[in-house]
Ligand binder design. Structure first.
Ligand code: PEP
Ligand code: MN
Length: 231
């Protein structure tokens, strides 16, 4: 249902977790192989590219078979065996920034992947743990231009895991585009109250449509690169 809704809105890549790194061992842990097969069906039916998270070296063997992009989550940004294994894969890697990682640590984590021969790495900012408690994580948008200064890799932003609640997702998505992000990864659910994971931050299809409309307008402005300021 979600794949049908988002593909209608022109989305090209579909992220779903078959292996979920949950804070609580009592939370839904994902469907494993069965989940990967569902994702492969989504690819088949809707033509969406599949992004899914690896949480162990062994899970990459299966993900390589069923998905198009291997996600390394924030909690595993410092899992060096996992990074090396992703570097040996023939699929692009979406590397999320650890919640306490400096820019240098983030780039070094990417280099673990690059050094194994996999040059297709996309970085992802998803918010940091700070003293702030008005959001789930504090989105560090300054990292987007900071990455541009030192590194050729594309960087995308995940406003959902930073916001934690749906009300703040669209404003952060808009700000990400204004800051020059190469893309946005955002959580969507047709019945957020029934989601098995992260429902409070999931956009409805209607909100996703609104977000796309707003970020498209902002992208058109920032790409013109014509702001003149005087003080
Ligand atoms: C996710 O993308 O579903 C996820 C678990 O995010 P993060 O690793 O950024 O917490
Ligand atoms: Mn999530």
């Amino acid at each position: 249902t979600i794949a049908a809704g988002v593909s209608e809105l022109g989305i090209k890549l579909f992220r779903g977790g078959a292996y979920k790194p949950r804070t609580s061992p009592y939370s839904f842990q994902g469907l494993g192989l069965e989940g990967l097969k569902m994702l492969a069906e989504v690819r088949e039916v809707f033509g969406l590219g599949i992004v899914t998270e690896a949480i162990s070296v062994e899970s990459i063997d299966l993900i390589e078979k069923y998905a198009d992009v291997i996600q390394i989550g924030a909690r595993n940004m410092h899992n060096f065996d996992l990074l090396r294994r992703a570097g040996q894969a023939r699929k692009p890697v979406l590397l999320k920034r650890g919640m306490c990682a400096t820019l240098e640590e983030f780039i070094f984590a990417a280099e673990y992947i690059l050094l194994e021969g996999n040059k297709d790495v996309v970085l992802c900012e998803r918010g940091l743990r700070t003293f702030n408690d008005h959001t789930r994580n504090t989105l560090d948008l300054a990292v987007v231009p900071a990455v541009r200064d030192i590194c050729h890799l594309p960087i995308i932003v995940d406003p959902s895991h930073a916001a934690g609640t749906v009300r703040k997702v669209i404003p952060l998505a808009c700000a990400s585009v204004a800051a020059g992000t190469d893309g946005i990864i955002v959580e969507v659910h047709h019945q957020p109250e029934k989601a098995l994971s992260d429902g409070p931050q999931a956009l409805s299809f209607k909100m996703l449509g609104q977000m796309i409309e707003q970020v498209t307008q902002i992208a058109a402005i920032v790409r013109q690169d014509s702001v003149t300021l005087a003080t």
